[in-house]
Design a protein. Structure first.
Length: 423
């Protein structure tokens, strides 16, 4: 039997190399997507004279993932995962001490977040609040004139309950909150906003809006047609002022008051120096550069958490936009981070992968919550608090002049075993 399977695999690899078989057909012909992944990998090795054995070393079951998470798989890429913590959080959903998994190849990042977490925890922890929760999709609709466009919007407002019924018929957890209209000439964008439970919700919302907007076009007593289901007013995976003002995903604030003695002992600087760096770098520097957001390195922390926990990594674009604010209060340092568009979930997408699910389990947020939505909100608070820790540490390193030295020690192979602990 093994000889037969080996022979069949060899035939499929040969057909792939000669172009007689398409790459996406390998798993179908072999009756297994795991075998298909092996065949594709072996074919590529022959075609290009390379070794892909490390990519082939994986625990992933492609029979489970093809059609849900990946197409044409050949293996997996591994990224180192470190933990920063404990980080104390006093939020509405996240309460306690957490060790946060960070997947990164950037030396010094985990150590930096770890140092910020230590300073915040010693000062009593980070407070967190979710101000808004809603995932959006905005189809673009053509009408013949602005008169007809305005009439369409009024009709949508009058039939909101019917539209809500159509949209929510596609999902158990998605709840339509509102529909906002935007105009350019005769074109209308209808920005649907949903609560999506513990899912990040992009797929959920796309399917719901597709049904809702088809119902609108079919029933509107006028001339309208859908130009694009996604009209770029959503706004997904692109920086935008719209998300900064209205929010998308979760709008979260994390704050802490770091005691003066802790700033001096742990962060090796003074509150006044951190405050000054923040104002010059994050506020004035960002303004002069024409930036849409004002922070030091939110994307570093959010990308590392997203990779570790199976989030949609492309949504780091809008999720990492935000504002850092600092004040000196009675000699102590007040610091906050505001993330208007943090898009996270604990079910669906990459969260079902085994290593990513373990990372979510470490935070106590794997899977759906009871009631639905509570796990995603808890996770959002943890992410925001971790961003706060990373932002605090980097600003302190800049204020003390230690940034380059830290990267020399931890980013160029000069790190010794206790670096993270010492931080």
């Amino acid at each position: 039997m093994e000889r037969v399977l080996a022979k069949r695999l060899e035939e499929v690899v040969d057909a792939l190399v000669k172009g007689k078989l398409k790459f996406h057909e390998a798993g179908i012909v072999l009756g297994s997507e795991n075998a298909g992944a092996l065949a594709r990998r072996l074919a590529l090795e022959k075609m290009y004279g390379v070794s892909l054995s490390s990519i082939g070393s994986t625990i992933l079951d492609f029979d489970e993932l093809v059609g849900r998470n990946i197409e044409n798989p050949i293996g997996a890429v591994q990224v180192p995962v470190g933990v920063a913590g404990p980080l104390r959080i006093e939020g509405d959903y996240a309460r306690g001490d957490y060790y946060i998994p960070l997947a990164t190849t950037e030396g010094a990042l985990v150590a930096s977040v770890n140092r910020g977490a230590k300073a915040i925890t010693l000062s009593g922890g980070a407070r967190t609040k979710i101000l808004f929760d809603g995932m959006s999709r905005a189809p673009a609709i053509w009408t013949p004139s602005i008169v007809e466009a305005v009439r369409l919007v009024k009709w949508v407002e009058e039939h909101f309950n019917d539209i809500k019924r159509e949209a929510e018929s596609t999902t158990r957890h998605g709840k339509l909150k509102r529909v906002d209209a935007f105009h350019v000439g005769n074109i209308v964008w209808l920005r649907f906003v949903f609560e999506t439970g513990d899912a990040m919700g992009m797929n959920m919302v796309t399917i719901a809006v597709d049904k809702a907007v088809k119902w609108i076009v079919d029933n509107f007593p006028g001339n309208a047609r859908v130009v694009s289901l996604s009209g770029n007013m959503c706004v997904d995976k692109k920086p935008s002022y719209l998300n900064m003002v209205f929010g998308r995903g979760k709008t979260v604030v994390a704050e802490a008051i770091v005691k003066r003695d802790i700033v001096e002992e742990v962060l090796k600087t003074k509150p006044e120096q951190i405050d000054f760096v923040n104002r010059v770098k994050n506020l004035l520097g960002s303004a002069r550069a024409g930036s849409l957001s004002y922070n030091a390195h939110y994307a570093n922390i959010i990308a590392a958490i997203f990779i570790a926990t199976g989030q949609d990594v492309a949504q780091v674009v809008e999720s990492s936009m935000g504002y850092t604010w600092t004040e000196v209060r009675n000699g102590d340092l007040y610091i906050s981070v505001t993330l208007p568009s943090l898009e996270v979930g604990t079910v669906g997408g990459g969260t079902r992968l085994p290593t990513q699910r373990e990372a979510l389990a470490l935070l106590g947020v794997a899977g759906g919550g009871d009631p639905p939505g509570i796990n995603a909100k808890k996770f959002a608070e943890i992410v925001a608090a971790t961003v706060l820790a990373g932002e605090l540490s980097l600003l302190a390193a800049l204020a003390s002049g230690d940034l380059a030295e830290a990267h020399k020690r931890l980013g160029r192979g000069g790190c010794c075993g206790g670096a993270v602990e010492r931080a």
